[in-house]
Design a protein around this ligand. Structure first.
Ligand code: GDP
Length: 434
């Protein structure tokens, strides 16, 4: 999927344009507060092509001067994106700051499309002419506040989308990502997994130059670790910023079936871990929680249980995820990882026949009657599985409003007890059918 990044100096309207393009898509998760606020990464669609959009303006570098922040943001765009939208303010003309950003963008070979924002009415169109001199072709007048002109700009962006790649989705290969905040040991873990195998097959370039995946075979199963390049190149200032590590995680999530959420056993769980785990859950991928650096933890026979409890409390929404305690340094239990990845990938693809689902749901209903509102009672007509990856169930009911969160959770748990969905989120949706 092509990646588009928006760059530009502060207050030109990057977030407004970002929200216009991505739309106000509401997350399906109720129990992770604040996750969808403050987004810098989203999915858009234009002319039937899905693409990812990054608002680099959302990646702030608090201790850097403005000029340096903009430079870093432009570099992130160059690193991460296939196409860059340079957003400028039509009311100001070309400013020195616009020229700064432009100079950085020149150095990459990525296509750049200029959006001239705040051109709110046709009489203002001539304000775009000044921006020709930035040298990126025709500037596109847009209005974030009125939502005008964005389509024409996206038409231009679309012309730079790379051709659809066929080999991105090998259905026989399990794609997994290793995510987590900086320094939890992601690269060490990837090296440990690969070192263990010594059977690296190939490296596949992803959509952008920097996304490189590593494929290998173990026990006749093909695997692919997505975005291993992001772990190898080191030392850029922005790699240690929180927003950047979230961005990286989200990009990896997009191409994975299963994610390993890595936690530092020595340091314990911090807020940033919860955020990253929340994104893994929200993306609907299979999830495994990996507690790394277990070698460095002073422990007795209770330590593992205590840590498990902390994880269950801190990541309540990931109750379905198995937890593994490993050490990338000593290779402790590293050999257990791939079998669990394999199992979770299968659970994520589980398909249950409709009659079996209905037996389970009806049993559940007889144990715990459906909720009522006033004189009205929820009636369940029947249930069916409509998708895998993650398994998604639709329950046809007389009135979806009557399906309370807690009852839906109860039905989900009944399905979990009846089948093996370990490591996989489930979606349970109520639809009207009288
Ligand atoms: P990343 O930023 O998540 O990719 O983390 P790295 O793989 O670069 O590791 C960060 C630091 O933790 C390095 O100094 C590693 O040597 C160290 N480290 C990684 N895994 C382990 C482990 O299992 N045990 C111990 N004691 N240290 C580890």
């Amino acid at each position: 999927r092509p990646v588009v990044a928006i760059v530009g100096r502060p207050n030109v309207g990057k977030s407004t344009i970002f929200n216009r393009i991505v739309g106000e898509r509401i997350a399906i998760v109720e129990d992770i507060p604040g996750l969808t606020r403050d987004r810098i990464y989203g999915e858009g669609e234009w002319l039937n092509r899905a693409f990812s959009l990054i608002d680099t303006g959302g990646i702030a570098f608090d201790n850097e001067p403005l000029r340096e922040q903009m430079r870093l943001q432009a570099e992130i765009a160059i690193d991460e994106a296939d196409i860059i939208i340079l957003l400028v303010n039509g009311r100001d003309g070309v400013t020195a700051a616009d020229e700064d950003v432009t100079n950085i963008l020149y150095r990459s070979k990525k296509p750049v499309v200029i959006g001239v924002n705040k051109v709110d009415n046709p009489e203002m169109h001539e304000q775009i002419y000044d921006f020709y001199r930035l040298g990126f072709g025709e500037p596109f007048p847009i209005s974030g506040s009125h939502g005008r002109g964005i389509g024409d700009m996206l038409d231009e962006v679309f012309t730079y989308f790379p051709a659809v790649r066929e080999d991105e989705h090998d259905p026989d290969s399990i794609h997994f990502a290793v995510i987590g905040r900086p320094n939890v040991g992601k690269s060490s873990l990837v090296n440990a997994i690969l070192g263990e195998e010594r059977v690296i097959v190939s490296e596949h370039p992803g959509t952008t130059r920097d996304a490189i995946d590593t494929g290998f075979v173990k026990d006749e199963q093909k695997y692919r670790i997505v975005d291993t390049a992001g772990m190898r190149k080191r030392g850029k200032v922005y790699e240690n910023t929180e927003k950047y590590s979230v961005l990286r995680a989200q990009r990896a999530l997009e191409r994975a079936n299963v994610v390993l959420v890595v936690i530092d056993g020595e340091e314990g769980i911090i807020e940033q871990d919860k955020k990253i785990a929340g994104y893994a859950h929200e993306a609907g991928r299979g999830v495994i929680i990996v507690v790394n650096k277990w070698d460095a933890v002073a422990k007795d026979d209770k330590t593992m249980n205590e840590f498990t409890e902390k994880i269950r409390k801190g990541f309540a929404f990931l109750a379905y995820a198995p937890i593994l305690f490993v050490s990338a340094k000593t290779n402790q239990r590293i050999q257990n990882l791939l079998p669990v990845v394999h199992r979770v990938a299968e659970n994520h693809q589980t398909r249950v026949p409709t009659h079996v689902i209905n037996d389970v749901i009806m049993d559940a209903v007889s144990m715990n009657p459906t909720p009522t509102s006033g004189t009205k009672r929820l009636r369940i007509n029947y249930a069916t599985q409509v998708a895998v990856g993650p398994p998604t169930f639709v329950i046809f009911v007389n009135d979806p409003e009557l399906m309370h969160f807690s009852y839906r959770r109860f039905l989900e748990n009944s399905l979990r007890e009846a089948f093996t969905f370990e490591g996989s989120p489930l979606k349970v949706l109520a639809r009207k059918k009288s």
